[in-house]
Design a protein around this ligand. Structure first.
Ligand code: PLP
Length: 433
């Protein structure tokens, strides 16, 4: 079988995510036959370094032998069971491990099967917990330029016009406070002042403040100082506003620590995890919360006080086995220490772009490296051009408009990582942006 044969069949039946399908009239979709470590290989035998971890999910490579084995073991016993009235060992073990790993005080795990659904869970739980405590608050606060997923509730708390604008009439009313405009302390202090003003005015109506800690992903890999989080959490507490940390992207070592919240020394009221949770294998997400929130729901049966939320595949056993295998790898391989070596290479490689006329800013946080290009005046989609150019040189990146970023699996070698930047450099030079 060849690429062209499969892509033709694909075009007749599959509708791809976040894609203008007509683009593929001109640029054939690429069918991947196999994945091995950081490499994806198509049916024509071309290989690509997966420098964006397949939409930020993959941590330890494709077809990781250890995770494969653990999933196969689980398959022999139990693939899935209803999680109401039943439980299974992988989910119990995973929950105990997450509680031990997460910031102190997050003692309860509620599962869903993707990031957006987990955001919905956290929003509903926050609202419901306040209601159970005697005062329903129906407003949500988020950061400007934030991204929390694509379902209606998640879109409503997001602030990326590209995804949100079309659906605006369908969304619940939410408000935004400015995100710190860069990684400096001054920017953090300035943004904290705005937050305080909003909380002062509307704190009594705000149920929760939801943030992407340290790095705003889909909003263009914007980064800010941990000090903002430390004090935002404190302010929220003063105004009885829940603090929701959406670590769907930042969790599991991406920012240099296991969770981004650690760098701010905070325990959020809700911690949302997904993406890296299963090492990039299977859809699974979890909302972790405190005993205090949990206890607002804990009472003799009263349908109004119970959290009657479920998904058919809540806590899937195979997904939990993949997550446990992923945590095993973290435990046995000193991944975070090893990543500091890769992060240093990221910093070094980014340097070659500093000062170039077409570069607006370079930035880095843990295992994320960013080259933001100066806004283009032409209507040409520069990100798409760079994406295609890099693909033809064996590197998969997927710029967010004029923001080029590298977010590799942790098993990438220094040599492969340097190759990624070499190809990006070539693309930028050849395209003469
Ligand atoms: C990806 C992402 C989501 C949405 O998760 P899905 O699994 O794609 O629904 C939410 N928040 C953040 C910060 C994300 O990066």
């Amino acid at each position: 079988m060849k690429n062209s044969e499969i892509s033709k069949r694909d075009m007749s039946v599959v509708w791809h995510p976040c894609t203008q399908m007509k683009d593929h009239e001109e640029f054939e979709i690429i069918p991947i036959q196999s994945g091995q470590g950081v490499y994806l290989t198509d049916f024509d035998g071309n290989s690509y370094i997966d420098a964006i971890s397949s939409w930020w999910v993959n941590l330890f490579g494709h077809s990781n032998p250890y995770i494969n084995t653990k999933i196969k073991e689980q398959l022999e016993n139990l693939e899935h069971v209803i999680l109401a009235g039943f439980t299974h060992e992988p989910i119990v073990r995973l929950s105990q491990r997450l509680v031990a790993l997460a910031p102190q005080g997050l003692s309860r795990c509620f599962y869903a099967d993707n990031g957006s659904s987990a955001v919905e869970v956290a929003l509903k739980m926050s609202y419901h917990a306040h209601k159970n405590s005697g005062k329903a608050k129906s407003l949500f606060l988020s950061l400007s330029n934030s991204y929390h997923g694509e379902t209606l509730g998640a879109l409503a708390v997001g602030d990326v016009a590209l995804y949100k604008e079309t659906y605006a009439p369908l969304l619940i009313h939410c408000i935004q406070t400015p995100v710190p405009c860069n990684q400096s302390m001054e920017a953090a202090l300035e943004a904290l002042q705005s937050l305080e003003v909003i909380l002062n005015l509307q704190g009594s109506e705000i149920s929760a403040f939801i943030v992407e800690p340290l790095v705003q992903g889909a909003g263009g890999m914007k980064m800010y100082h941990p000090y903002y989080l430390t004090h935002a959490k404190q302010l929220c507490k003063e105004y009885n506003v829940h603090f929701i940390a959406d670590e769907i992207m930042t969790g599991f070592g991406r920012t240099g620590t296991m969770f981004a919240c650690e760098q701010a020394g905070i325990t959020p009221d809700f911690l949302i995890l997904s993406k890296g949770l299963t090492g990039g294998y299977l859809p699974l997400s979890v909302v972790m919360t405190t005993e205090e929130i949990y206890n607002t729901f804990y009472c003799d049966y009263d349908p109004k006080r119970s959290f009657l939320h479920s998904h058919s595949y809540t806590g899937n056993a195979i997904a939990c086995a993949a997550a446990n295998a992923t945590l095993d790898i973290f435990e046995t391989n000193a991944c975070l220490e090893n990543n500091t070596v890769l992060s240093a290479i990221l910093v070094e490689e980014l340097e070659r772009f500093a000062g170039k006329t077409y570069v607006k800013e370079i930035r880095q946080c843990g295992m994320i490296g960013v080259i933001e290009l100066i806004e283009q005046t032409s209507h040409e989609r520069i990100g798409v051009k760079i994406h295609r150019h890099c693909l033809s040189n064996g590197v998969l990146i997927r710029p967010l408009g004029n923001v080029i970023y590298v977010m590799p699996p942790y098993v990438i070698t220094p040599k492969e990582l340097r190759r990624v930047f070499e190809v990006i450099d070539l693309a930028l030079t050849w395209l003469d942006v």
